[in-house]
Design a binder for this molecule. Sequence first.
Ligand SMILES: *[C@@H]1O[C@H](CO)[C@@H](O)[C@H](O)[C@H]1NC(C)=O
Ligand SMILES: *[C@@H]1O[C@H](CO)[C@@H](O)[C@H](O)[C@H]1NC(C)=O
Ligand SMILES: *[C@@H]1O[C@H](CO)[C@@H](O)[C@H](O)[C@H]1NC(C)=O
Ligand SMILES: *[C@@H]1O[C@H](CO)[C@@H](O)[C@H](O)[C@H]1NC(C)=O
Length: 378
Amino acid sequence: MKSLTAASCMLFLSSLLLVVPCPMGQAEPDGRGKLLEHSGFTAIYCFGDSMYDSGNALAESPQGPMGKFPYGVTIHHATGRFTDGYTIIDRIAEAAGVPPLNPYLKRNMDHSKGANFAVGGVGLLSKEARAKWHVKLPFSNSSVDIQLKWFDRHLNQAYRNQTAARREHVESSLFVLGGAGNDYLHMNLSFSSLPRVVQMKRIMPALLAATRAYVKTLITEYGARKLVVPGILKAGCRVSTGGFFHATQVQCDETLISVAALHNRLLKRELEMLRIKFPDVEIVYGDMWRATQWLFDHFGSAGIHHPNERCCGNSSIGCGMPGAPYCGNPSDYIDWDGTHFTDHAYRLMSDFLIPQLASGLGCRAAAAAAANNVRSQG
Ligand SMILES: *[C@@H]1O[C@H](CO)[C@@H](O)[C@H](O)[C@H]1NC(C)=O
Ligand SMILES: *[C@@H]1O[C@H](CO)[C@@H](O)[C@H](O)[C@H]1NC(C)=O
Ligand SMILES: *[C@@H]1O[C@H](CO)[C@@H](O)[C@H](O)[C@H]1NC(C)=O
Ligand SMILES: *[C@@H]1O[C@H](CO)[C@@H](O)[C@H](O)[C@H]1NC(C)=O
């Protein structure tokens, strides 16, 4: 992906007879800084699940455990994020120089710099598609198609009758379209005698089609110009204590690993086709798989001493419930609550991911700056 993006960037630049390298093209992650600031995003809009949610599920279920101690302990209050602090989307916002995205469903919040529509527990498929594929979401029905409706409502409220201003705002915004994962995990497999891996692979085309449809909607109906579509992370590695991630003696769930790998491969191909269809739109694949792998390879040097155990809760008492065990030092852990990463782990993943996104999103901005430069000099 990266070499392709860099190549097309170089092509564009060389057509302007300028020898300007694509910015931020370095392969090795070296910290977040403000790597995305040069892209000049005025706002960020995020769709997805609990990897990204910053309080929508909590707004839907105010008594939910993610609103209780020790969720949010590292930032001194429970925000509804499914971790002890911030998630990757907050780090992306930080790198872009915009404030952490406020959850759309929480009242009286400023959404001038964007909004977070992600809701913990949901997936990509619409209600009809979920019924067809026997996917049952236990926590919320606010899947990504519903989140797109919220986005429409938000725009209509914020830019009532201001068509030009609205278009300008959308064109200079970054869209992050996450949410692949839960549909696979919440399939009811008892409707078929086919092996689990086969059943999961059968719903893959529906998930890819949904992704394609959402990307197209954001581009053609609203004018989005910059999108990040994350793949599925390398999870599905469990330990007997009920933890989710297992770095050193990997005992992965081979089904989940192979489903995620195939999903990511096909998603990359899907995005390549969308780039051909929309050549003036930057569509970047967010490589969550390699971000997880990078975390597994580097947690030691980052001072994480407990890569295998979860910090909060156990298999009988979930995190945020009364009496749940809590480690007291989340930055020493990868696994926060058995399903989600700690703030520290998300930060390490962001160290990988953000330079990757900056390299994918930087080309047009650099090319436009170069073109301006040529114009002002000529
Ligand atoms: C989701 O929708 C179904 C069907 O309309 C409903 O029975 C269920 O209670 C809803 N779930 C939640 C968490 O709102
Ligand atoms: C917005 O446009 C609609 C339809 O064109 C019109 O009825 C309405 O008065 C306008 N509202 C404002 C605030 O200008
Ligand atoms: C899955 O489907 C079977 C057969 O219809 C049903 O008995 C079972 O309760 C379902 N499981 C869940 C978790 O919905
Ligand atoms: C979960 O934690 C509680 C409180 O520390 C403990 O009493 C219980 O035995 C633990 N359960 C398991 C399955 O480890």
